[in-house]
Design a protein around this ligand. Structure first.
Ligand code: PBG
Length: 321
């Protein structure tokens, strides 16, 4: 034999020299769940060791993240039921929980990159990402609200808005609104290829945002489709997205690679709540090695083509790196 591939696997020194992919704290965006109240740190039942924080404890949490080298967060809020309606009115409240959370984070750690979720579902009495009329999710009236919501977030200090709703034309609506209001530096990370996935269950527990009727298949993508993901993503870039995203992660790594090859903007992947829950549950039973499986999945997401990963494992992973 002239060629023996095992020569390059002989020991850790040579393996690390030829390693093609690596993980670092720079790769992660940390999702944060925020609730009203004081001194609240509640564990999410279906997401062991992941918490909702009130603003006072959020401040501590982001300081800790920054010290660990985690420099980007993605903020979600749990909206009290009495503030929910069909139009997501509360989303535009200057003193709303999201707007206060943005200020809290920026006060605590001014350099932290603050990305915010832009979608109606946490604010919607129907738990949908759009305004509902006769059982239908309206597109154009929803994008108008999303644009106002994005403007309200950047006014409060958000660096990036992250529309997770999948309405058509929302990136253009948001971009035009930001430009018209002189927020030229504000970024948009678009959930471009977001699938109608069953892996979002624990997240909907975290925010109490499960759809009250039906499902999200008229706006989120069909898991059967691959070509369509490229079309969605290219349209979002043309409408002004700075970063595009594929979501969920693990089941969609073929899409991640397709998109990485097709576009020249940074690609984010969201390793979603169900992916987190699976690893937690199996390792609690002693069936999987938690840390090893976690790192293998994160590395695989990166190898598939992700420039960055939104992950509930960010802290766990960074502690091991
Ligand atoms: C909704 C939204 C969802 C997630 C992020 N934003 C759920 C959904 O579409 O129903 C899921 C994230 C996760 O599961 O971790 N706008």
């Amino acid at each position: 034999m002239l060629i023996r591939n095992r020569r390059l696997r002989t020991n850790e020194a040579i393996r690390s020299l030829v390693r093609e992919t690596s993980l670092s704290p720079n790769d992660f965006i940390v999702p944060l769940f925020v609730v009203e109240g004081k001194n609240v740190k509640e564990e999410i039942a279906s997401m062991p060791n992941y918490f909702r924080f009130s603003l006072d404890l959020l401040e501590k949490e982001v300081k800790e993240l920054w010290q660990m080298g985690l420099k980007s967060v993605l903020v979600f809020v749990k909206v009290p039921d009495n503030l929910k309606d069909n139009e997501g009115t509360e989303a535009l409240n200057k003193e709303g929980l999201m707007q206060r959370a943005i200020k809290t984070i920026k006060n605590a750690v001014p350099e932290m990159l603050v990305m915010t979720d832009v979608a109606l579902d946490p604010y919607s009495s129907y738990g949908h990402d759009g305004i509902v009329e006769n059982g239908e999710i309206l597109n154009d009236p929803t994008t108008k609200v999303l644009a106002k919501m994005a403007l309200s977030h950047v006014k409060a200090g958000a660096d990036f808005v992250a529309p997770s709703d999948m309405m058509d034309g929302r990136i253009l609506a948001i971009r035009e609104t930001l430009e018209e209001n002189n927020f030229h530096k504000s970024g948009i990370m678009s959930y471009s290829a977001k699938y109608a996935s069953a892996f979002y269950g624990p997240f909907r527990d975290a925010l109490d945002s499960a759809p009250g009727f039906g499902d999200k298949k008229t706006y989120q993508m069909d898991p059967a489709n691959r070509e369509e993901a490229i079309k969605e993503t290219i349209m979002d870039i043309e409408e002004g997205a700075d970063i595009v995203m594929v979501k969920p992660g693990l089941c969609y790594l073929d899409i991640v690679r397709d998109i990485r090859n097709a576009v020249d903007v940074p690609v984010a992947v969201y390793q979603v709540s169900g992916e987190y829950a699976m690893i937690k549950a199996a390792s609690e039973k002693g069936w999987l090695d938690h840390d090893a499986v976690m790192l293998e999945q994160l590395l695989s997401i990166k190898r598939a083509g992700a420039h960055m990963i939104a992950s509930y494992f960010a802290k766990d992973a960074v502690k091991l790196l």
